[in-house]
Design a protein around this ligand. Structure first.
Ligand code: PLP
Length: 230
């Protein structure tokens, strides 16, 4: 059963190449973040052996143990879950990316706590596109201001924007939801030298995200199968 993870990953990458063509995107412009939350190290290693290099985790405690166990692989780890202020030190010490930054206070802590020999922590500002439906993320209209403040911090490198819209089945509606974020991303990019990442799209809405300009889709279920939600 586990051998299917490698196959799922390869198939999904082929699908991404196909969707890039279908939507007029240049080849290789969309990367895949393998979201491995709840999955044990041996399953992560299967995806790694199939070529996955970037992995996303949502829970600090769970992630830190897996990162230690998989140290030899050289995986690039992205934290994509809600950030509690008492967990910033572990994020700053163990991850290369944080995609779910939505408060300047958290950004300052991370910059202070980033070990000096680790290089800057790559960050995406998380934008709330669904209003009331989600409590995480900064409002679209407040995003530019937060980006400018984050850009000032010495040990963070501002890479772009991320969003997790409320689930929705309809492709056109998904595209409409992503569109304002993509527009803001293009508007802000000239201001920040390292702004190259528009992280939008998951297993259920990746085609809409790619059509609207996503550069990174975050994929759990389509690679690892359904998660036990217990
Ligand atoms: C779990 C998760 C994903 C992956 O979701 P799937 O629907 O399983 O692909 C992507 N992004 C974030 C922030 C997540 O928490």
């Amino acid at each position: 059963m586990d051998s299917s993870i490698a196959e799922n990953y390869r198939r999904f990458c082929e699908r991404i190449r196909h969707l890039e063509k279908r939507h007029g995107r240049s080849e290789g412009s969309v990367s895949v973040l393998a979201v491995s939350k709840t999955h044990p190290p041996d399953r992560i290693e299967q995806a790694w052996q199939a070529g996955a290099r970037d992995f996303g985790e949502n829970y600090v405690r769970e992630a830190v143990d897996k990162i230690a166990e998989l140290r030899k692989t050289g995986i690039t780890w992205h934290f994509i879950g809600p950030v509690q202020s008492n967990k910033t030190r572990e994020i700053a010490e163990h991850f290369q990316w944080l995609q779910s930054l939505d408060r300047i206070r958290i950004a300052r802590r991370l910059s202070e706590q980033r070990p000096s020999d680790a290089g800057p922590l790559n960050v995406c500002v998380q934008v709330n596109l669904s209003g009331e439906a989600s409590k995480s993320g900064v409002a679209l209209e407040d995003t530019a201001e937060l980006c400018r403040a984050v850009h000032e911090l010495e040990h963070l490198r501002l890479r772009g924007l991320m969003s997790i819209p409320a689930p929705c089945e309809d492709l056109e509606q998904q595209r409409e939801t992503f569109r304002p974020l993509a527009r803001l991303f293009r508007e802000l990019a000239p201001e920040f030298p390292d702004f190259d990442t528009l992280s939008m799209g998951m297993s259920g809405d990746h085609e809409a995200a790619i059509a609207e300009g996503s550069t990174m889709v975050r994929i759990g279920t389509a690679i690892f199968g359904a998660r036990d939600t217990g």
